[in-house]
Design a protein around this ligand. Structure first.
Ligand SMILES: NC(=O)C1=CN([C@@H]2O[C@H](COP(=O)(O)OP(=O)(O)OC[C@H]3O[C@@H](n4cnc5c(N)ncnc54)[C@H](O)[C@@H]3O)[C@@H](O)[C@H]2O)C=CC1
Ligand SMILES: O=C1[C@@H](O)[C@H](O)[C@@H](O)[C@H](O)[C@H]1O
Length: 340
């Protein structure tokens, strides 16, 4: 079966996913593309030989669309995801699932009423070979009971429109999901430390930030977010257990020895660092649609990340310890131990 995909949002990552669906992934074809920027939609649709649709309404539920990929701006995600659930259409939604808790709850409720999972959220770390190896090591008990995790998320620079809350909602949201999944645990509370600010920042931006999470098990997680680190895109993670540690491996790069120096390259962009993970994420999504069973990060994971994100932002502003209050996972979202 070839899965016919309709795309809502053809910006930077939307266009990259269209390229991926068209020339990397097996078993998929892009049939329709929409974007509020109609020139952009036309250009990206042409690159895939797809039709241009005037809005999401002409994509979601259309006869030539088996599944929908949502890569519009965060505030527009909920409308498309809810429309897809209403049409009974599988939907891949880039992170965040939605930008308000209320919309995340609406999505979880709609999917629960539907009775079958349709939504996958774009937390691509779960498809990265290094993170998968770490999760296998933790799950196999190789490091004993996890006690702590240390993470860092560094971007070289961000545009001026990036503000302090985005360090959580846009950036650390990946670590929030990754540690819940790596440790098979839930985040219970958050605190945020404000280190000395880099001078290479905008006045409105607290950068870096250090987020401190306590898991329900009592394990502690620290996440450094530093989005103007200048030197590259650098993602780090180490889980410390009772009898050992497991550390995220950097993607393989050649080590060059030349002119008395040894050096290797640091990726400059998330597209390069996680390119293979995005490929696998979209391939596994297409495969799950073809098989008729949703897998991967769920709407519940998107909701949980939003709850924890809100608590983290409140902690940033107040300086207090703030409870996340995620609550119990509904039965629909219980997952098999080997699932992503
Ligand atoms: N998983 C990951 O690592 C990444 C995820 N993202 C997420 O992907 C989403 C898109 O990000 P970018 O591509 O970087 O942004 P972008 O600004 O390049 O693209 C967003 C596109 O959505 C369009 N759009 C906005 N509202 C729309 C609507 N109602 N209907 C149709 N199109 C609409 C805009 O015109 C724009 O072309 C965001 O949610 C972002 O957080 C972005 C980068 C990396
Ligand atoms: O999702 C992403 C961006 O939206 C975000 O702005 C970056 O900080 C992340 O590294 C990237 O993975």
């Amino acid at each position: 079966m070839t899965v016919k995909v309709g795309v809502v949002g053809a910006g930077m990552i939307g266009a990259d996913h269209v390229r991926r669906l068209t020339s990397v992934v097996n078993g998929a074809e892009v049939t329709a593309v929409t974007d509020i920027d109609t020139d952009r939609a036309a250009e990206v649709a042409a690159s895939a030989g797809a039709r241009v649709a005037p809005s999401g309404r002409e994509v979601i539920g259309a006869a030539d669309v088996d599944a929908v990929l949502v890569a519009s701006w965060g505030p527009a995600h909920a409308e498309s995801v809810l429309a897809a659930i209403d049409a009974g259409t599988p939907v891949f939604c880039e992170k965040p699932l939605a930008t308000t808790i209320e919309d995340c709850v609406r999505i979880v409720d709609a999917e629960t009423r539907h009775g079958r999972r349709l939504v996958q959220v774009g937390f691509m770390r779960r498809y990265d070979a290094g993170y998968r190896a770490m999760r296998r090591a933790v799950a196999a008990g190789e490091i004993g009971t996890p006690l702590m995790a240390h993470c860092a998320h560094r971007n070289p620079t961000v545009p001026e429109s990036y503000h302090s809350e985005m360090a959580t909602h846009d950036t650390a949201i990946h670590e929030i999901d990754a540690v819940r999944w790596l440790l098979d645990d839930e985040i219970a509370s958050a605190r945020v430390l404000r280190p000395r600010r880099t001078t290479r920042r905008f006045d409105h931006l607290q950068d870096p930030q250090v987020m401190l999470f306590e898991m329900l098990s009592g394990a502690r997680v620290d996440v450094e977010v530093f989005v103007n680190c200048q030197y590259g895109y650098d993602i780090r993670c180490e889980v410390v257990g009772e009898t050992g540690t497991v550390q995220l491996a950097d993607p393989e790069q050649p080590l060059v020895r030349s002119q008395g120096r040894a050096h290797t390259l640091v990726p400059q962009h998330w597209k390069d660092r996680f390119g293979a993970a995005y490929d696998l994420e979209i391939q596994e999504w297409v495969d799950s649609v073809a098989a008729g069973r949703a897998a991967g990060p769920s709407a519940w994971d998107g909701y949980a990340a939003a709850m924890i994100g809100d608590a983290t932002v409140r902690a940033l502003h107040s300086g207090d310890l703030v409870g996340a209050g995620v609550g119990d996972r509904p039965d629909l979202y219980e997952r098999a131990a080997d699932e992503t």
